[in-house]
Design a protein around this ligand. Structure first.
Ligand code: SF4
Length: 372
């Protein structure tokens, strides 16, 4: 796999990862990162390109995560079908669903440039072709597997959307191909929402490409084209989905991420995230990175079971969800909260309000119990 990040010999993050090849940033990883922007641990692991599933395994936690081989094979087969015959199915969808006169559309394969698969070359060629189409020189060009970049926690992420369509009514559209079915035009809302978040990552990266080339960003559509199988057949179905909400949320969350290099600089010199090292060395390095566990981590992070046990161990209120954490400002342990309630310890001025709320909740609970 081509190197994801440029690696200066002094690159602390690359040294932390060790000799293992870096895992690239993906749109899925970026949406997961922005789902928990307070987590320094995940920010550093992703920026360093550490294989989090393997890391979790090395410290004794089998990650219950990732797509099954069957789902991956199905996804790949559907991708091939949509791309078959120079995107014949995509062109059909554009014509049928969006009334686009695309009979003469042609495709440029950006999986490589002159036999070279290096990401920076593909990204440069993508920018050149975008400028070419944006200027109106070749408006019927579909870009297959273009490469775009986005700054994430101070690092450059290289991203590969499935496709970019030529201009439809003057606008570029990101295309996502997914293998979950649309039954009677309705797909699983959770899967569609996840696809929309990932599409927003690509659209934002497309904005960066336009801005870098001083092109008018009004040419970028805030809708993306989702292509998935129709009903129970393998026939591709396409639908435009509005992304304005996702784009606003993503921009805000990206702006909240701290620079991964600054976070890594706070680690002791002996820290390592090299998955070939011993479990003890790895655990102490992971512990040195601040985590921000909430139960939602279980749905998107490979380290979730590790972090959950850690949060259990120190009785972190966040273990019970961000609602509980937010209701107990300044109280970093549920044991301390219970001590306050039982009168074993006295809260300070900063915790007084939260303890009053807790006492009221405890009173209410007692009354309910008596009434039951
Ligand atoms: S599981 Fe752990 S590393 Fe992953 S986002 Fe949650 S707290 Fe951070």
């Amino acid at each position: 796999m081509p190197s994801q990040q440029s690696e200066h010999p002094d690159d602390r993050l690359a040294r932390l990862r060790g000799p293992q090849p870096p895992q690239p940033y993906t749109a899925r990883k970026i949406t997961a990162l922005t789902a928990n922007p307070a987590c320094a641990r995940r920010a550093v692991l992703d920026a360093a390109g550490v294989d989090k599933a393997l890391l979790a395994q090395q410290v004794g936690y089998e990650p219950r995560f990732g797509q099954s081989p069957f789902a991956l094979a199905r996804e790949q087969a559907f991708h091939s079908l949509v791309k078959w015959g120079s995107y014949a199915e995509l062109i059909r969808l554009l014509r049928e669903q969006l009334s686009v006169p695309v009979a003469e559309a042609h495709v440029t394969d950006l999986n490589e440039v002159g036999g070279n698969t290096a990401l920076h070359l593909r990204e440069r060629e993508t920018r050149r072709l975008i400028a070419h189409v944006a200027s109106g020189q070749d408006i019927r060009l579909i870009l297959d597997r273009p490469v775009l970049t986005l700054q994430v926690a101070g690092r450059t992420a290289y991203l590969e959307p499935d496709a970019l369509t030529h201009r439809i009514e003057g606008k570029f559209h990101v295309v996502l191909i997914r293998s979950f079915a649309a039954i009677d035009g309705q797909a699983n809302p959770t899967a569609v929402a996840e696809a929309a978040k990932q599409a927003a990552v690509y659209v934002l990266a497309l904005h960066r490409a336009f801005e870098t080339a001083s092109l008018p960003t009004e040419q970028i559509s805030h809708e993306f084209l989702l292509v998935c199988p129709k009903d129970f057949s393998n026939r591709p179905y396409g639908r435009l989905i509005d992304l304005r909400q996702e784009l606003d949320a993503l921009q805000f969350q990206l702006s909240r991420l701290r620079r991964a290099e600054d976070l890594a600089a706070q680690l002791p010199g002996t820290a390592t995230l090299d998955t070939a090292r011993s479990a003890g060395e790895l655990s102490s390095s992971i512990e040195a990175l601040d985590a921000s566990y909430t139960p939602s981590c279980l749905s998107f992070c490979e380290m979730a079971r590790y972090c959950r046990d850690e949060a259990d161990g120190c009785a972190s209120p966040a273990r019970l969800g961000s609602g509980v954490r937010n209701d107990l400002p300044g109280i970093d342990s549920t044991r301390t909260a219970l001590d306050y309630l039982d009168g074993v310890a006295a809260p300070g001025e900063a915790e007084a309000e939260a303890v009053d709320l807790l006492r009221a909740a405890a009173r209410l609970r007692r009354l309910r119990r008596r009434a039951a």
